[in-house]
Design a protein around this ligand. Structure first.
Ligand SMILES: Nc1ncnc2c1ncn2[C@@H]1O[C@H](COP(=O)(O)OP(=O)(O)O)[C@@H](O)[C@H]1O
Ligand SMILES: Cc1ncc(C[n+]2csc(CCOP(=O)(O)OP(=O)(O)O)c2C)c(N)n1
Ligand SMILES: [Mg+2]
Length: 310
């Protein structure tokens, strides 16, 4: 018998994620999943969509696209400092081959981070797309939010920025084997770093999906502070300048390039952050707005980061 919606779910989704977490009492197969948290823990939930030709190029393999989509969604849990405990994936596919390919990427990413697939939906669609809902847990009252930066906090970055945008540019221009291209194949949700930062007492964090400047503005505006960032302090700045033949394109990628999913966070100056975890790229101040400096010189930046509908 040929595959239909239900045989595809049984074969390609059921039991294909990471191990079951005690949080989940009932997973794939019923009308809904059932969960329970331990006392003193809070549930953290986020959802994100990824659409072919919007979030990934049409000539990227669908299993990689699905892997990226799951990881981008998990990154929001990292930004909150939550432990990932369950994922729901809605797969919208042009045909059954697309379902199988996307299922492969979903399974691979969830096994990499050992998170259970507890439910979802599978349907036919004019465009290949996924919608990924993620759940995490953390001790009550400890979530790292965007609105808690203080005027004299330092600004830190855990992870790189600019690399994904440069890879995407190479891919889109037909250079499928360019040296940055591998950065678009796998997104890294910084789950362990997020938990570590939260346990250290960090209270203000977000993940950089739309570009360093745009996301720094989100954090600064939500917190009611201003922010000064020295762009040359981002990890591997000089390497980027050399590899892309100049600091102008490196600046563009670092400031506006999204999808590296580094964690941008603030912490009091008294908090010691290990170098292996993050680099200091700036400071908060009273006032509003994000000022970017390059080697100490204030830069005038007109452009925005990634915006849907622009
Ligand atoms: N269609 C929607 N309905 C309700 N809330 C939404 C919708 N789209 C976005 N949001 C909310 O707006 C906020 C910003 O969304 P987004 O920029 O996608 O966040 P992130 O970059 O963390 O994924 C989030 O709190 C998200 O839940
Ligand atoms: C074909 C293609 N064009 C452009 C991009 C670049 N891009 C698409 S979405 C995006 C930002 C992140 O997506 P969004 O839906 O805003 O994620 P969220 O902030 O909700 O996590 C970027 C930089 C891409 N990845 N693929
Ligand atoms: Mg989102």
């Amino acid at each position: 018998m040929s595959d239909n919606e239900f045989s595809l779910i049984d074969k390609h989704f059921k039991g294909k994620g990471g191990h079951s977490h005690p949080f989940t009492r009932l997973a794939i197969g019923d009308d809904a999943s059932v969960h329970g948290l331990k006392d003193g823990m809070e549930l953290v939930v986020s959802t994100d969509s990824s659409v072919e030709n919007v979030h990934w190029p049409h000539d990227m393999s669908l299993d990689l696209a699905a892997d990226r989509s799951v990881c981008a969604a998990l990154s929001d849990l990292a930004a909150m400092g939550a432990e990932a405990i369950a994922v729901w994936v809605n797969v919208m596919a042009k045909d059954k081959h697309a379902v199988k390919a996307m299922a492969k990427g979903v399974s691979r990413s969830l096994r990499r981070y050992n998170v259970e697939l507890v439910g979802g939906d599978t349907c036919r669609s004019a465009t290949n797309a996924l919608s990924v809902t993620v759940a995490g847990q953390l001790p009550a009252g400890t979530a790292m939010c965007r609105n808690t930066a203080l005027a004299d906090d330092n600004v830190w970055l855990a992870g790189r920025v600019g690399f994904h945008a440069l890879g995407l540019k190479q891919w889109m221009s037909g250079d499928k084997h360019g040296e940055f291209v591998h950065h678009i194949n796998e997104i890294t949700p910084r789950l362990a770093a997020g938990v570590h930062l939260r346990e250290m007492g960090v209270r203000c964090c977000l993940d950089v999906s739309d570009g360093l400047l745009q996301d720094a503005r989100h954090l600064a505006d939500a917190s009611g502070v201003g922010m000064d960032i020295e762009v040359t302090q981002v990890p591997e700045w000089l390497h980027l300048c050399h590899q892309v033949a100049g600091c102008e394109p490196a600046f563009e990628a670092v400031v506006h390039g999204g999808e590296d999913y580094a964690l941008l966070f603030t912490a009091p100056a008294s908090m010691v952050i290990p170098n292996a975890l993050a680099v200091k790229i700036g400071t908060c101040r009273a006032g509003t707005g994000v000022h970017l400096y390059r080697d100490g010189v204030l830069c005038s930046v007109k452009k925005q980061g990634y915006l849907h509908f622009e």
